[in-house]
Design a protein around this ligand. Structure first.
Ligand code: SAH
Ligand code: SF4
Ligand code: F3S
Length: 446
Protein backbone atom coordinates (compact mmCIF):
# COMPACT_ATOMS: atom_id res chain seq x y z
CA UNK A 1 0.00 0.00 0.00
CA UNK A 2 1.39 3.41 -1.04
CA UNK A 3 1.58 5.38 2.20
CA UNK A 4 1.43 8.79 0.50
CA UNK A 5 -2.11 7.97 -0.61
CA UNK A 6 -4.97 8.50 1.79
CA UNK A 7 -7.31 5.55 2.20
CA UNK A 8 -10.93 5.50 3.29
CA UNK A 9 -13.38 2.92 4.52
CA UNK A 10 -17.16 3.19 4.77
CA UNK A 11 -19.36 0.85 6.78
CA UNK A 12 -23.05 1.19 6.00
CA UNK A 13 -25.93 0.21 8.25
CA UNK A 14 -29.64 0.46 7.50
CA UNK A 15 -31.83 0.78 4.47
CA UNK A 16 -31.37 1.33 0.74
CA UNK A 17 -31.42 5.11 1.24
CA UNK A 18 -28.34 4.81 3.41
CA UNK A 19 -26.65 2.55 0.88
CA UNK A 20 -27.37 5.07 -1.87
CA UNK A 21 -26.01 7.90 0.33
CA UNK A 22 -22.86 5.87 1.03
CA UNK A 23 -22.26 5.39 -2.68
CA UNK A 24 -22.49 9.14 -3.20
CA UNK A 25 -20.18 9.87 -0.28
CA UNK A 26 -17.69 7.30 -1.59
CA UNK A 27 -17.81 9.08 -4.96
CA UNK A 28 -16.98 12.38 -3.25
CA UNK A 29 -14.06 10.84 -1.34
CA UNK A 30 -12.61 9.32 -4.51
CA UNK A 31 -12.93 12.67 -6.24
CA UNK A 32 -10.87 14.10 -3.37
CA UNK A 33 -8.16 11.50 -4.07
CA UNK A 34 -9.00 8.94 -1.39
CA UNK A 35 -8.62 5.25 -2.23
CA UNK A 36 -10.98 2.52 -0.99
CA UNK A 37 -9.61 0.24 1.71
CA UNK A 38 -11.50 -2.97 2.41
CA UNK A 39 -9.98 -3.22 5.86
CA UNK A 40 -11.02 -0.33 8.14
CA UNK A 41 -7.80 -0.77 10.14
CA UNK A 42 -5.75 0.34 7.09
CA UNK A 43 -7.85 3.44 6.49
CA UNK A 44 -6.96 7.07 7.28
CA UNK A 45 -10.61 8.04 7.16
CA UNK A 46 -13.43 5.90 8.46
CA UNK A 47 -17.03 6.79 7.88
CA UNK A 48 -19.92 5.02 9.58
CA UNK A 49 -23.21 5.60 7.84
CA UNK A 50 -25.61 4.76 10.62
CA UNK A 51 -29.19 3.58 11.19
CA UNK A 52 -31.45 4.15 14.17
CA UNK A 53 -34.67 2.47 13.08
CA UNK A 54 -34.50 0.06 16.05
CA UNK A 55 -32.44 0.11 19.21
CA UNK A 56 -30.22 -2.82 18.18
CA UNK A 57 -29.23 -0.99 14.98
CA UNK A 58 -28.17 2.03 17.04
CA UNK A 59 -26.24 0.01 19.62
CA UNK A 60 -24.26 -1.76 16.91
CA UNK A 61 -22.93 1.61 15.77
CA UNK A 62 -21.59 2.47 19.22
CA UNK A 63 -19.64 -0.76 19.49
CA UNK A 64 -17.99 -0.16 16.10
CA UNK A 65 -17.24 3.45 17.01
CA UNK A 66 -15.69 2.52 20.33
CA UNK A 67 -13.12 0.32 18.62
CA UNK A 68 -12.04 2.98 16.11
CA UNK A 69 -12.01 5.70 18.77
CA UNK A 70 -9.34 3.64 20.61
CA UNK A 71 -7.32 3.35 17.42
CA UNK A 72 -7.36 7.10 17.11
CA UNK A 73 -5.38 7.41 20.34
CA UNK A 74 -2.48 5.62 18.64
CA UNK A 75 -3.01 7.36 15.31
CA UNK A 76 -4.12 10.97 15.75
CA UNK A 77 -4.22 11.44 11.97
CA UNK A 78 -7.16 9.07 11.68
CA UNK A 79 -10.32 10.93 10.65
CA UNK A 80 -13.53 9.57 12.16
CA UNK A 81 -16.89 10.42 10.65
CA UNK A 82 -20.39 9.46 11.78
CA UNK A 83 -23.02 10.07 9.14
CA UNK A 84 -26.61 9.00 8.72
CA UNK A 85 -29.54 8.63 11.03
CA UNK A 86 -27.86 8.12 14.42
CA UNK A 87 -25.75 11.21 13.71
CA UNK A 88 -28.89 13.19 12.98
CA UNK A 89 -30.75 11.88 16.01
CA UNK A 90 -27.93 12.45 18.51
CA UNK A 91 -26.23 15.53 17.03
CA UNK A 92 -23.86 17.20 19.53
CA UNK A 93 -24.68 14.60 22.17
CA UNK A 94 -22.78 11.92 20.33
CA UNK A 95 -19.57 13.90 20.96
CA UNK A 96 -20.02 13.48 24.69
CA UNK A 97 -20.08 9.74 24.21
CA UNK A 98 -17.34 9.61 21.57
CA UNK A 99 -15.24 12.80 21.82
CA UNK A 100 -12.74 11.40 19.29
CA UNK A 101 -15.15 12.05 16.42
CA UNK A 102 -14.11 14.62 13.82
CA UNK A 103 -17.38 14.96 11.97
CA UNK A 104 -21.02 14.24 12.78
CA UNK A 105 -23.29 14.70 9.77
CA UNK A 106 -26.98 14.04 9.15
CA UNK A 107 -28.25 12.33 5.99
CA UNK A 108 -29.30 15.62 4.38
CA UNK A 109 -25.64 16.67 4.37
CA UNK A 110 -24.29 13.64 2.47
CA UNK A 111 -23.65 15.61 -0.72
CA UNK A 112 -21.71 18.24 1.29
CA UNK A 113 -19.08 15.79 2.52
CA UNK A 114 -16.15 17.54 0.81
CA UNK A 115 -17.01 20.94 2.34
CA UNK A 116 -17.42 19.45 5.77
CA UNK A 117 -14.15 17.53 5.57
CA UNK A 118 -12.37 20.70 4.52
CA UNK A 119 -13.50 22.26 7.81
CA UNK A 120 -12.20 19.19 9.65
CA UNK A 121 -8.81 19.38 7.91
CA UNK A 122 -8.68 23.07 8.93
CA UNK A 123 -8.71 21.84 12.51
CA UNK A 124 -12.40 21.90 13.50
CA UNK A 125 -14.66 19.34 15.08
CA UNK A 126 -17.80 19.65 12.96
CA UNK A 127 -21.47 18.84 13.57
CA UNK A 128 -23.76 19.25 10.56
CA UNK A 129 -27.31 18.35 11.46
CA UNK A 130 -29.34 21.45 10.65
CA UNK A 131 -32.15 20.91 8.12
CA UNK A 132 -31.13 22.05 4.65
CA UNK A 133 -32.37 22.02 1.11
CA UNK A 134 -30.62 18.96 -0.32
CA UNK A 135 -28.16 19.98 -2.99
CA UNK A 136 -28.18 18.08 -6.27
CA UNK A 137 -25.45 15.51 -6.72
CA UNK A 138 -22.28 17.14 -7.80
CA UNK A 139 -20.14 14.03 -7.94
CA UNK A 140 -20.46 10.63 -9.54
CA UNK A 141 -21.41 8.00 -6.96
CA UNK A 142 -19.04 5.08 -6.54
CA UNK A 143 -21.64 2.36 -7.04
CA UNK A 144 -21.23 -1.09 -5.53
CA UNK A 145 -22.67 -2.85 -8.56
CA UNK A 146 -22.06 -2.37 -12.27
CA UNK A 147 -25.44 -3.89 -13.15
CA UNK A 148 -28.05 -2.51 -10.76
CA UNK A 149 -28.27 1.02 -9.41
CA UNK A 150 -30.33 3.08 -7.00
CA UNK A 151 -31.70 6.44 -7.93
CA UNK A 152 -33.18 8.66 -5.22
CA UNK A 153 -36.37 10.34 -6.31
CA UNK A 154 -37.66 11.74 -3.03
CA UNK A 155 -35.82 12.36 0.24
CA UNK A 156 -37.44 12.56 3.67
CA UNK A 157 -40.93 11.68 4.87
CA UNK A 158 -43.91 13.79 5.93
CA UNK A 159 -45.84 10.93 7.55
CA UNK A 160 -45.96 10.68 11.30
CA UNK A 161 -46.25 6.96 12.00
CA UNK A 162 -46.24 6.90 15.80
CA UNK A 163 -43.37 4.39 16.11
CA UNK A 164 -40.99 5.76 13.49
CA UNK A 165 -37.84 7.93 13.69
CA UNK A 166 -37.48 8.45 9.95
CA UNK A 167 -39.29 11.83 9.74
CA UNK A 168 -37.13 13.10 12.63
CA UNK A 169 -33.88 12.04 11.04
CA UNK A 170 -34.55 12.39 7.32
CA UNK A 171 -36.52 15.63 7.41
CA UNK A 172 -39.40 16.78 5.23
CA UNK A 173 -40.11 15.44 1.76
CA UNK A 174 -37.91 16.84 -1.02
CA UNK A 175 -38.52 15.52 -4.51
CA UNK A 176 -35.88 15.71 -7.19
CA UNK A 177 -37.05 17.09 -10.51
CA UNK A 178 -38.05 14.63 -13.25
CA UNK A 179 -35.29 16.18 -15.39
CA UNK A 180 -32.56 15.41 -12.83
CA UNK A 181 -33.82 11.84 -12.38
CA UNK A 182 -34.06 11.26 -16.14
CA UNK A 183 -30.55 12.60 -16.65
CA UNK A 184 -29.09 10.34 -13.98
CA UNK A 185 -30.83 7.35 -15.55
CA UNK A 186 -29.59 8.20 -19.04
CA UNK A 187 -26.03 8.23 -17.76
CA UNK A 188 -26.62 4.88 -16.03
CA UNK A 189 -27.97 3.43 -19.27
CA UNK A 190 -24.87 4.63 -21.15
CA UNK A 191 -22.61 3.13 -18.47
CA UNK A 192 -24.19 -0.28 -18.96
CA UNK A 193 -26.49 -0.45 -15.93
CA UNK A 194 -29.43 -2.75 -16.65
CA UNK A 195 -31.67 -2.21 -13.65
CA UNK A 196 -32.64 0.90 -11.71
CA UNK A 197 -34.53 1.02 -8.42
CA UNK A 198 -36.18 4.36 -7.74
CA UNK A 199 -35.99 5.15 -4.03
CA UNK A 200 -38.04 7.03 -1.47
CA UNK A 201 -39.18 6.31 2.10
CA UNK A 202 -42.68 7.03 0.90
CA UNK A 203 -42.25 6.97 -2.85
CA UNK A 204 -45.94 7.53 -3.50
CA UNK A 205 -45.44 11.03 -2.14
CA UNK A 206 -43.15 11.81 -5.08
CA UNK A 207 -43.88 15.21 -6.61
CA UNK A 208 -46.23 16.53 -3.91
CA UNK A 209 -43.70 19.26 -3.16
CA UNK A 210 -42.97 20.12 -6.80
CA UNK A 211 -44.85 22.96 -8.52
CA UNK A 212 -47.63 22.27 -11.01
CA UNK A 213 -51.14 20.78 -10.93
CA UNK A 214 -53.21 19.24 -13.72
CA UNK A 215 -56.70 20.39 -14.85
CA UNK A 216 -58.27 17.79 -12.56
CA UNK A 217 -56.37 19.21 -9.61
CA UNK A 218 -53.83 16.49 -9.03
CA UNK A 219 -50.13 17.13 -8.81
CA UNK A 220 -48.50 17.20 -12.18
CA UNK A 221 -45.48 15.14 -11.23
CA UNK A 222 -46.54 11.89 -9.57
CA UNK A 223 -44.66 8.63 -9.33
CA UNK A 224 -46.89 7.30 -12.13
CA UNK A 225 -45.92 10.19 -14.40
CA UNK A 226 -42.30 9.71 -13.48
CA UNK A 227 -42.43 6.06 -14.56
CA UNK A 228 -43.70 7.12 -17.99
CA UNK A 229 -40.99 9.82 -18.17
CA UNK A 230 -38.07 7.50 -17.47
CA UNK A 231 -39.35 4.32 -19.06
CA UNK A 232 -37.67 4.60 -22.43
CA UNK A 233 -34.15 5.37 -21.24
CA UNK A 234 -32.00 3.25 -23.50
CA UNK A 235 -29.87 0.56 -21.90
CA UNK A 236 -31.94 0.35 -18.73
CA UNK A 237 -34.00 -2.82 -19.09
CA UNK A 238 -35.67 -3.06 -15.69
CA UNK A 239 -37.20 -0.51 -13.37
CA UNK A 240 -38.26 -1.04 -9.75
CA UNK A 241 -39.42 1.33 -7.05
CA UNK A 242 -39.69 1.29 -3.25
CA UNK A 243 -41.18 1.90 -0.71
CA UNK A 244 -44.90 2.15 -1.39
CA UNK A 245 -47.39 3.39 1.19
CA UNK A 246 -50.89 1.85 1.19
CA UNK A 247 -52.39 5.21 2.03
CA UNK A 248 -51.36 6.76 -1.28
CA UNK A 249 -51.09 3.76 -3.60
CA UNK A 250 -53.27 4.34 -6.69
CA UNK A 251 -54.89 2.25 -9.40
CA UNK A 252 -53.30 4.59 -11.91
CA UNK A 253 -49.92 3.38 -10.69
CA UNK A 254 -50.95 -0.27 -11.05
CA UNK A 255 -52.12 0.37 -14.61
CA UNK A 256 -48.79 2.04 -15.44
CA UNK A 257 -46.86 -0.92 -14.05
CA UNK A 258 -48.86 -3.29 -16.20
CA UNK A 259 -48.51 -1.12 -19.29
CA UNK A 260 -44.82 -0.34 -19.00
CA UNK A 261 -42.83 -3.40 -19.94
CA UNK A 262 -39.63 -2.45 -18.09
CA UNK A 263 -41.37 -1.96 -14.76
CA UNK A 264 -41.04 -5.24 -12.85
CA UNK A 265 -44.11 -6.95 -11.38
CA UNK A 266 -42.91 -6.61 -7.83
CA UNK A 267 -44.52 -4.45 -5.17
CA UNK A 268 -43.07 -3.67 -1.76
CA UNK A 269 -45.96 -2.33 0.29
CA UNK A 270 -45.48 -2.47 4.07
CA UNK A 271 -48.70 -3.05 6.02
CA UNK A 272 -47.16 -3.07 9.56
CA UNK A 273 -50.22 -4.66 11.21
CA UNK A 274 -53.32 -6.61 10.20
CA UNK A 275 -55.43 -5.05 12.94
CA UNK A 276 -57.41 -1.86 12.40
CA UNK A 277 -57.08 -0.51 15.95
CA UNK A 278 -53.32 -1.02 15.89
CA UNK A 279 -53.12 0.59 12.45
CA UNK A 280 -54.97 3.56 13.87
CA UNK A 281 -52.64 3.79 16.86
CA UNK A 282 -49.72 3.59 14.43
CA UNK A 283 -51.28 6.50 12.49
CA UNK A 284 -50.96 4.61 9.24
CA UNK A 285 -54.11 6.03 7.65
CA UNK A 286 -55.62 2.84 6.18
CA UNK A 287 -57.45 -0.30 7.27
CA UNK A 288 -56.57 -3.92 6.61
CA UNK A 289 -59.58 -4.03 4.26
CA UNK A 290 -58.07 -1.21 2.18
CA UNK A 291 -54.75 -3.04 2.12
CA UNK A 292 -56.40 -6.23 0.94
CA UNK A 293 -58.19 -4.27 -1.81
CA UNK A 294 -54.90 -2.88 -3.08
CA UNK A 295 -53.36 -6.35 -3.31
CA UNK A 296 -56.51 -7.72 -4.98
CA UNK A 297 -56.40 -4.89 -7.50
CA UNK A 298 -52.73 -5.57 -8.28
CA UNK A 299 -53.55 -9.23 -8.81
CA UNK A 300 -56.50 -8.33 -11.08
CA UNK A 301 -54.10 -6.61 -13.42
CA UNK A 302 -51.03 -8.81 -12.83
CA UNK A 303 -52.04 -12.19 -11.37
CA UNK A 304 -48.45 -13.29 -10.93
CA UNK A 305 -47.10 -10.11 -9.33
CA UNK A 306 -44.88 -10.70 -6.35
CA UNK A 307 -45.73 -8.90 -3.16
CA UNK A 308 -43.45 -8.07 -0.27
CA UNK A 309 -43.97 -5.97 2.84
CA UNK A 310 -42.78 -5.00 6.31
CA UNK A 311 -44.59 -5.77 9.55
CA UNK A 312 -44.11 -4.94 13.22
CA UNK A 313 -45.18 -7.22 16.07
CA UNK A 314 -45.60 -6.23 19.71
CA UNK A 315 -46.64 -2.63 19.12
CA UNK A 316 -47.69 -1.03 22.47
CA UNK A 317 -51.01 -2.46 23.63
CA UNK A 318 -51.16 -5.17 20.94
CA UNK A 319 -53.32 -8.03 22.27
CA UNK A 320 -52.96 -11.67 21.29
CA UNK A 321 -56.09 -11.31 19.21
CA UNK A 322 -54.76 -8.23 17.42
CA UNK A 323 -51.52 -10.05 16.72
CA UNK A 324 -53.55 -12.93 15.27
CA UNK A 325 -55.11 -10.46 12.85
CA UNK A 326 -51.60 -9.89 11.51
CA UNK A 327 -51.09 -13.65 11.17
CA UNK A 328 -54.41 -13.86 9.38
CA UNK A 329 -53.47 -11.14 6.90
CA UNK A 330 -50.17 -12.88 6.20
CA UNK A 331 -51.91 -16.23 5.72
CA UNK A 332 -54.55 -14.74 3.42
CA UNK A 333 -52.29 -12.64 1.21
CA UNK A 334 -49.38 -15.03 0.85
CA UNK A 335 -46.38 -12.74 0.66
CA UNK A 336 -43.36 -13.62 -1.42
CA UNK A 337 -41.25 -11.99 1.25
CA UNK A 338 -41.91 -10.16 4.50
CA UNK A 339 -39.47 -8.16 6.64
CA UNK A 340 -40.58 -8.57 10.23
CA UNK A 341 -39.48 -6.77 13.38
CA UNK A 342 -40.34 -6.62 17.05
CA UNK A 343 -41.46 -3.15 18.03
CA UNK A 344 -38.60 -1.09 19.44
CA UNK A 345 -39.38 2.15 21.31
CA UNK A 346 -37.48 5.02 19.65
CA UNK A 347 -36.49 8.34 21.20
CA UNK A 348 -38.66 11.25 20.12
CA UNK A 349 -41.56 9.12 18.84
CA UNK A 350 -45.05 9.18 20.41
CA UNK A 351 -45.47 5.42 20.87
CA UNK A 352 -42.28 5.22 22.93
CA UNK A 353 -43.92 7.34 25.66
CA UNK A 354 -46.99 5.17 26.05
CA UNK A 355 -47.35 3.05 29.13
CA UNK A 356 -48.80 -0.03 27.48
CA UNK A 357 -45.43 -1.42 26.30
CA UNK A 358 -45.23 -5.20 25.92
CA UNK A 359 -42.52 -7.38 27.43
CA UNK A 360 -39.55 -8.57 25.35
CA UNK A 361 -40.74 -12.16 25.85
CA UNK A 362 -44.15 -11.49 24.29
CA UNK A 363 -42.57 -9.57 21.42
CA UNK A 364 -39.99 -12.22 20.59
CA UNK A 365 -42.55 -15.03 20.88
CA UNK A 366 -44.81 -13.23 18.39
CA UNK A 367 -41.90 -12.50 16.10
CA UNK A 368 -40.99 -16.20 15.99
CA UNK A 369 -44.53 -17.26 15.28
CA UNK A 370 -44.87 -14.71 12.50
CA UNK A 371 -41.52 -15.65 10.95
CA UNK A 372 -42.52 -19.28 10.93
CA UNK A 373 -45.70 -18.49 9.00
CA UNK A 374 -43.82 -16.18 6.61
CA UNK A 375 -41.33 -18.91 5.67
CA UNK A 376 -44.13 -21.39 5.14
CA UNK A 377 -46.09 -18.99 2.92
CA UNK A 378 -43.01 -17.92 0.96
CA UNK A 379 -42.20 -21.59 0.29
CA UNK A 380 -45.74 -22.06 -1.03
CA UNK A 381 -45.38 -18.99 -3.22
CA UNK A 382 -42.07 -20.29 -4.59
CA UNK A 383 -43.77 -23.48 -5.79
CA UNK A 384 -45.39 -21.62 -8.66
CA UNK A 385 -42.00 -21.09 -10.24
CA UNK A 386 -41.12 -24.79 -10.47
CA UNK A 387 -40.73 -25.87 -14.10
CA UNK A 388 -41.38 -22.37 -15.37
CA UNK A 389 -39.10 -20.28 -17.55
CA UNK A 390 -38.14 -17.05 -15.80
CA UNK A 391 -36.29 -13.99 -17.00
CA UNK A 392 -33.18 -13.49 -14.83
CA UNK A 393 -30.78 -10.55 -14.82
CA UNK A 394 -27.41 -12.03 -13.87
CA UNK A 395 -25.60 -9.84 -11.35
CA UNK A 396 -22.66 -11.80 -10.00
CA UNK A 397 -20.94 -14.99 -9.00
CA UNK A 398 -22.70 -17.10 -6.37
CA UNK A 399 -20.31 -16.47 -3.44
CA UNK A 400 -21.04 -19.94 -2.09
CA UNK A 401 -20.46 -21.86 -5.34
CA UNK A 402 -18.16 -20.43 -8.00
CA UNK A 403 -19.52 -22.68 -10.73
CA UNK A 404 -22.77 -20.75 -10.40
CA UNK A 405 -23.91 -17.21 -11.09
CA UNK A 406 -26.78 -15.44 -9.38
CA UNK A 407 -29.38 -12.91 -10.37
CA UNK A 408 -32.98 -11.96 -9.83
CA UNK A 409 -36.26 -12.70 -11.54
CA UNK A 410 -38.56 -9.82 -12.39
CA UNK A 411 -40.44 -10.74 -9.21
CA UNK A 412 -37.17 -10.20 -7.28
CA UNK A 413 -36.53 -13.87 -6.38
CA UNK A 414 -32.83 -14.61 -6.00
CA UNK A 415 -31.95 -17.27 -8.61
CA UNK A 416 -28.84 -19.42 -9.05
CA UNK A 417 -27.74 -21.15 -12.25
CA UNK A 418 -24.62 -22.80 -13.66
CA UNK A 419 -22.59 -20.54 -15.91
CA UNK A 420 -19.56 -18.36 -16.49
CA UNK A 421 -19.86 -15.05 -14.72
CA UNK A 422 -17.66 -13.25 -17.26
CA UNK A 423 -20.02 -14.19 -20.03
CA UNK A 424 -23.28 -13.78 -18.17
CA UNK A 425 -22.85 -10.78 -15.88
CA UNK A 426 -25.27 -8.06 -16.93
CA UNK A 427 -27.16 -10.38 -19.30
CA UNK A 428 -30.88 -10.98 -19.13
CA UNK A 429 -31.29 -14.71 -19.67
CA UNK A 430 -34.13 -17.23 -19.78
CA UNK A 431 -33.85 -19.76 -16.99
CA UNK A 432 -35.80 -22.95 -16.47
CA UNK A 433 -36.49 -23.29 -12.73
CA UNK A 434 -35.58 -26.74 -11.45
CA UNK A 435 -35.49 -26.26 -7.68
CA UNK A 436 -37.36 -23.93 -5.37
CA UNK A 437 -36.79 -22.82 -1.78
CA UNK A 438 -38.70 -20.30 0.35
CA UNK A 439 -36.61 -17.30 -0.68
CA UNK A 440 -34.53 -18.49 -3.64
CA UNK A 441 -34.59 -20.60 -6.80
CA UNK A 442 -32.18 -22.71 -8.83
CA UNK A 443 -32.47 -23.23 -12.56
CA UNK A 444 -30.68 -23.85 -15.83
CA UNK A 445 -30.04 -21.68 -18.84
CA UNK A 446 -32.36 -22.37 -21.78
N1 SAH B 1 -41.17 4.07 4.77
C1 SAH B 1 -41.42 2.71 4.94
C2 SAH B 1 -40.52 2.01 5.92
C3 SAH B 1 -39.48 2.73 6.68
S1 SAH B 1 -38.63 1.94 7.97
C4 SAH B 1 -42.87 2.51 5.34
O1 SAH B 1 -43.62 3.44 5.48
O2 SAH B 1 -43.29 1.41 5.51
C5 SAH B 1 -38.54 0.24 7.55
C6 SAH B 1 -39.33 -0.65 8.43
O3 SAH B 1 -38.82 -0.68 9.74
C7 SAH B 1 -40.77 -0.24 8.62
O4 SAH B 1 -41.56 -0.64 7.55
C8 SAH B 1 -41.15 -0.93 9.89
O5 SAH B 1 -41.68 -2.21 9.64
C9 SAH B 1 -39.83 -1.04 10.63
N2 SAH B 1 -39.82 -0.13 11.78
C10 SAH B 1 -39.86 1.21 11.77
N3 SAH B 1 -39.85 1.70 13.03
C11 SAH B 1 -39.81 0.63 13.86
C12 SAH B 1 -39.78 0.49 15.28
N4 SAH B 1 -39.83 1.52 16.10
N5 SAH B 1 -39.73 -0.78 15.79
C13 SAH B 1 -39.69 -1.85 14.96
N6 SAH B 1 -39.72 -1.76 13.62
C14 SAH B 1 -39.77 -0.54 13.06
FE1 SF4 C 1 -41.66 5.95 8.92
FE2 SF4 C 1 -44.21 6.01 8.34
FE3 SF4 C 1 -42.53 7.59 7.03
FE4 SF4 C 1 -42.49 4.97 6.60
S1 SF4 C 1 -44.19 6.36 6.13
S2 SF4 C 1 -40.74 6.29 6.92
S3 SF4 C 1 -42.93 4.14 8.61
S4 SF4 C 1 -43.05 7.70 9.19
FE1 F3S D 1 -32.32 3.34 9.23
FE2 F3S D 1 -32.28 5.85 8.54
FE3 F3S D 1 -32.94 4.02 6.77
S1 F3S D 1 -33.02 5.04 10.44
S2 F3S D 1 -33.87 2.43 7.99
S3 F3S D 1 -30.97 4.23 7.73
S4 F3S D 1 -33.80 6.04 6.97
Amino acid sequence: MDSSQRHYHITTFGCQMNKADSERMAGILEDMGFIWSENPNDADLILYNTCTIRDNAEQKVYSYLGRQAKRKHQNPNLTLVVAGCVAQQEGQQILRRVPELDLVMGPQHANRLEDLLQQVFDGNQVVATEPIHIVEDITKPRRDSTITAWVNVIYGCNERCSYCVVPNVRGVEQSRTPEAILKEMEVLGQQGYKEVTLLGQNIDAYGRDLPGVTETGRHQHTLTDLLYTVHDVSGVERIRFATSHPRYFTERLIVACQELSKVCEHFHIPFQSGDNDILKAMKRGYTHEKYRQIIAKIRDYMPDASISADAIVGFPGETEEQFENTLKLVADIGFDQLNTAAYSPRPGTPAAMWENQLSEEVKSDRLQRLNHLVAQKAAERSQRYLGRIEEVLVEDLNPKDNTQVMGRTRGNRLTFLKGDVNQLRGQIVQVKITEVRAFSLTGELV
